[in-house]
Structure formats: structure tokens, C-alpha cells
Design a protein around this ligand. Structure first.
Ligand SMILES: *Cc1c(COP(=O)(O)O)cnc(C)c1O
Length: 346
């Protein structure tokens, strides 16, 4: 697996007077000063109560493209533009493709995005609107990845899963949470795992902050998967170091429906290293949490509701006073069609 050896020289005093975006941690980011940006980052961290327990929820649905993938795409496209790259290919279940397409447009880089055939219409429309060439691939999410990999034989594979620069971007989630909590560590992070791009970035970020003595320790990480597609939760339960082979069934959480996560062993190691665990959520819990969020005013996509469902499931077991940070990972408008279908079946 591709990872970067990079020593962050960031210290908290450096943010003074800087704009409130993810580039306020630029000494922690392995790119130069000419950044590809739309002012992304510094999403609000709000307290929301479910079942009588307060969760701190980072509003990652508020990014320019509607999901936290902008953290990674901005850093990755910055690096690729520095390298003089003119054309990239990427595959995704929708949101990473949208983010790469958007930041490629900002960077003047041409791109081809491969998505599974059943990806939400709003996501494919967004990708095409940014000027990317969209390829719908029949079959599984893995078939889509294979198609992209073949296309990448002749250009750069700007993969949110494989590229270490993408994780360098999602790492800023940890820096923001720590700064928003006065440079402290929450007790627990509850994060989604399909491929684990947010989870691994957050883990890496807290590891760096702890190593630099900026925070005292790394939080416990609770990983959430949809029960319908949970190769890592199953591996964790069996004490294994690699994802297990599963027969995935359909889930409303399309963004985390990853049957063969390429960084799966890294995710398992990270969760174990923090003393964390895996939680799986049913389709019923996902839909219930979707409505509970919407009825409180938060319009999030079903994938994002799976994370909330996992956080609520975990929170029922938590110690009193435990600080739990989780995220709204994607905006409801990204899956408006799927939400409409669910609304019609109410
Ligand atoms: C990408 C994404 C996730 C997490 O997916 P990973 O495959 O673990 O990176 C969760 N929610 C939304 C809305 C996403 O776009």
C-alpha cells in the first residue's frame, strides 16, 4: 500500500491570523504554497442530542461538493498540478468522483470518472457538470475499480483509495477536531468505513498530533459498516488482519458499500491500535437515523445516516461524560433521488 514518509512541522501557534480552512495546517501538508482550493475545511462541530445523549457532529456535508472528500481531493489535485499532470482517472461510488472532478476543474486538469451503474443520479450529474467524462460501469463496485485501473494505464490514477496525498488531506479532519476542542483529544471518534479514507486520515492526523506533543493521545476509533456489506467488521470479530470475503447485499449506504477494501488491513490495525471496535448497522437503523436527522433539520444522505446510526448504537454503551465526535459525511442533495424513493415509501 502506498504511504508517505513526511514529518509535519506544524505547531498550534502557526494558525494565528490564518483563514479558517484546512490550509491553516499547511506545515502538516506535504505540498507547496500554490494550492488548489475553494476555501474548504473548518466545518462546524455541533452538539446534537439523540436518545438523550449528546454527540459532537462535524458538519462534513457542508463542503463545496457536499462531502468530506474535498479534503483529500484538494491536496491530491494540488500535488498533481505541481507535478504537471494534465489528465487523471478516478473511480468512486460517487462522492470521491465528484470531489476529484471539481478540484480537477479548479486545477485545469482533464479527468475521467468511473462509477457503478446504480450511482445516485445527483452524483453523476454533478460529475458531468464539472466537465469530467463519466463512465457508468455495470456490475459490482470492484468491476468499476478494474475499469478505472485499465484506463489508468495511459494516465495518472488519482485514486482516493490508493493515493497517499488523499489521506494527507483527510488528515486535516483530526487537526480541526483537536483545534475546535482547544487542542485536546475527544474520548472517541465514530467514523464510517467503506475504504476508510476518513478513518485512516483521522487516525494519521491524531497520531501526528500526539507524536508532536500537541495532544496527549489518540482517541478510540469506532468504525461503522452497513451490516449488508461488512467485510472489516467480520474480520475484526474473528480477530483477523485482512478483510474477509463476503456476499454483500444491497444497502441504502451506497457510499460505504465496499466489499474488498484495498486498505482494509490498515483500517483493522488502526482501530485495534486505538482500543476501538466495529459497529454494524441494519438498513432499518440507517433509515430511522436518516429521518431522525432530517426531522431535526439536517438533510444528509443515507450513507451519512449509517454513521449516525452507528454512533447512536455505540453511545448507548458509553460511559457517562464520554466525549464522542462523529460526522455528517455527505449532504442529502447528493442522493436526492434515493431520499425521494424512501420518502415515497413512508
Ligand atoms: C466516502 C464517504 C464515506 C466513507 O467512505 P470510505 O470508503 O470509508 O472512504 C462516508 N460517507 C460519505 C457520504 C462518503 O462520501
Amino acid at each position: 500500500m502506498l504511504d508517505l514518509r513526511f514529518e509535519s512541522s506544524f505547531q498550534p501557534g502557526m494558525t494565528v491570523g490564518r483563514p479558517h480552512d484546512q490550509w491553516r495546517y499547511r506545515e502538516a501538508l506535504p505540498v507547496g504554497d500554490e494550492v488548489v482550493t475553494m476555501g474548504e475545511g473548518w466545518t462546524p462541530l455541533l452538539s446534537v442530542t439523540f436518545d438523550g445523549r449528546a454527540l459532537l457532529i462535524k458538519q462534513e456535508q457542508l463542503f463545496p461538493t457536499g462531502s468530506y472528500k474535498d479534503r483529500g481531493a484538494a491536496v491530491l489535485m494540488t500535488r498533481l498540478r505541481e507535478l504537471g499532470v494534465k489528465r487523471v482517472v478516478e473511480d468512486s461510488s460517487g462522492n470521491a468522483g465528484g470531489a476529484v472532478a471539481a478540484y480537477a476543474a479548479r486545477a485545469g486538469i482533464a479527468c475521467d470518472i468511473y462509477v457503478p451503474e446504480d450511482t445516485s443520479r445527483a452524483k453523476t450529474a454533478q460529475i458531468e457538470a464539472y466537465g469530467a467524462t463519466l463512465h457508468r460501469v455495470p456490475g459490482t463496485r470492484e468491476d468499476t475499480a478494474r475499469a478505472a485501473l485499465e484506463a489508468a494505464a495511459t494516465c495518472v490514477y488519482a485514486s482516493h483509495v490508493y493515493s497517499p496525498w488523499f489521506l494527507q488531506g483527510t488528515k486535516t479532519f483530526a487537526y480541526e477536531v483537536a483545534e475546535q476542542l482547544g487542542w485536546t483529544t475527544p474520548d472517541t471518534l465514530v467514523l464510517p468505513v467503506g475504504n476508510g479514507t476518513l478513518l485512516l486520515g483521522a487516525y494519521m492526523g491524531f497520531m501526528e498530533l500526539a507524536r508532536a506533543g500537541i495532544v496527549s493521545h489518540v482517541p478510540r476509533i469506532i468504525a461503522v459498516q452497513a451490516a449488508a456489506c461488512a467485510p472489516l467488521a467480520a474480520a475484526f470479530a474473528d480477530g483477523l488482519d485482512e478483510p474477509v470475503e463476503i456476499h454483500a447485499s444491497h444497502t441504502a449506504a451506497e457510499g460505504i458499500a465496499i466489499a474488498t477494501p484495498a486498505r482494509g488491513s490498515q483500517v483493522l490495525a488502526a482501530v485495534r491500535a486505538t482500543g476501538g471496535l466495529f459497529v454494524t448497522v441494519s438498513e432499518q437503523e440507517i433509515v430511522t437515523s436518516l429521518w431522525d436527522c432530517c426531522r431535526r433539520g439536517w438533510f444528509i444522505e443515507p450513507t451519512s445516516a449509517a454513521v449516525v446510526a452507528g454512533a447512536r448504537r455505540y453511545a448507548r454503551t458509553m460511559a457517562p461524560g464520554e466525549t464522542i465526535v462523529t460526522a455528517f459525511t455527505g449532504h442529502g442533495l447528493k442522493a436526492a433521488g434515493k431520499v425521494a424513493e424512501l420518502v415515497e415509501s413512508l
